[in-house]
Design a protein around this ligand. Structure first.
Ligand code: AVJ
Length: 334
């Protein structure tokens, strides 16, 4: 970890890992994922700057209801959330991205306490820095400690922050990328950093009909397809890959039994793809796929079970008017 302070003076601290460590991790995970009999790539590699910007475009798509539904809830409930917090609460966010919806909570907390420390954690360092600078410009009473890294780095930061009260945000149904038991384990480790005055606010997408879900992950403008394919473009850019992006197609399917959207990149023909910097040649049969993402959906009972196994108590749960999405306010179980 290197620590650097940059402008505006005193108000922004960025904590980032070394770039070469990140590239080594990417190389290792791509080599492992593409050498398996069922090929897969971890979905957090979607989010280089290109991918983060494509994700912002997804959030504005008519089919991608999640972002608007969550923003609707936050606008309506930010005051209630603020009222439950101790004075001088620090706002921590896991997977902050553009922090567009976060502004609703930032404003609610600023109007209550006058000043605010915001600790965004995001895998894309460029996105993190741009977002931080924009927020600082917009909110003079804000102070930011930005953490470029994975959720685990965020949890380590939470551990180090014990003492001052905090609200931890995990929005956008980011929880959906975890296998259900892993989501419970992760929330438990977040809970273990919290005291009774701390709160955890988690956005969770709900199970619903595939006629709504599948277009949300396979939009008519093809933005989600570009987002998915960007992971191959990233392998080309960073690892000397030779993927022909026109020889793979985007596939999103709702697995109703499991309750998850599955995303794949499907090879449209037999091919061998060399990845120069890995010294690897990856064979694909026609129709063979790379599994790139799972996005789990939850029933109310499943959210209750998740909270229960994480040692959390549900203090409040809110829905959008269309009942598509939930925002859950959790407190450590006593
Ligand atoms: C950022 C993980 C919540 O699963 O809905 C959007 C990512 N993938 N479209 C989601 C995503 C395809 C998104 N999360």
């Amino acid at each position: 970890m290197t620590i650097s302070t940059s402008a505006p003076p005193q108000r922004l601290t960025v904590i980032a890992p070394r770039a070469d460590t990140q590239l080594a991790d990417f190389a290792r995970d791509v080599a492992a994922g593409l050498s398996r009999s069922t090929k897969q790539l971890p979905c957090y590699y979607f989010y280089d700057l290109e991918g983060s910007l494509l994700f912002e475009e997804i959030c504005a798509l008519p089919e991608y209801y999640l972002t608007r539904a969550e923003a609707e809830i936050l606008r309506r409930r930010a005051g209630e959330v603020g009222a439950r917090l101790a004075a001088g609460t620090t706002l921590v966010e896991l997977g902050s991205g553009s922090a567009a919806k976060t502004r609703i909570l930032i404003e609610a907390l600023l109007s209550r306490q006058g000043t605010l420390r915001y600790v965004p954690v995001d895998i894309s360092r460029t996105m993190l820095e741009e977002t931080s600078l924009t927020l600082l410009e917009h909110y003079p009473a804000l102070q930011i400690t930005a953490i470029a890294g994975e959720y685990a780095d965020g949890l380590r930061q939470l551990q180090a922050m014990s003492g001052n009260p905090k609200l931890v945000l995990w929005l956008g149904s980011n929880v959906g990328n975890f296998e259900r038991p892993d989501a419970a384990a992760f929330l438990r480790s977040a809970r273990d950093t919290m005291t009774l005055q701390d709160r955890l606010l988690v956005g969770v997408d709900l199970r619903k009909d595939r006629s709504v879900l599948e277009p949300a992950y396979d939009d008519s403008r093809g933005i989600t397809a570009r987002f998915n394919l960007n992971i191959l473009a990233r392998v080309n850019r960073e690892l000397g890959g030779n993927f022909d992006l026109t020889a793979f197609r985007h596939r999103a399917v709702y697995n109703e039994e499991i309750g998850r959207i599955e995303m794949y990149l499907v090879s449209t023909r037999p091919q061998r793809v060399a990845i120069d910097r890995l010294g690897l040649e990856v064979p694909f049969a026609a129709g063979e796929s790379i599994h790139t993402e799972n996005s789990y959906k939850y029933s109310i009972a499943e959210i209750d079970a998740l909270a229960e196994s994480a040692g959390l108590e549900t203090e409040a749960r809110w829905f959008d008017a269309g009942y598509r999405f939930s925002v859950n306010l959790f407190v450590p179980h006593t």
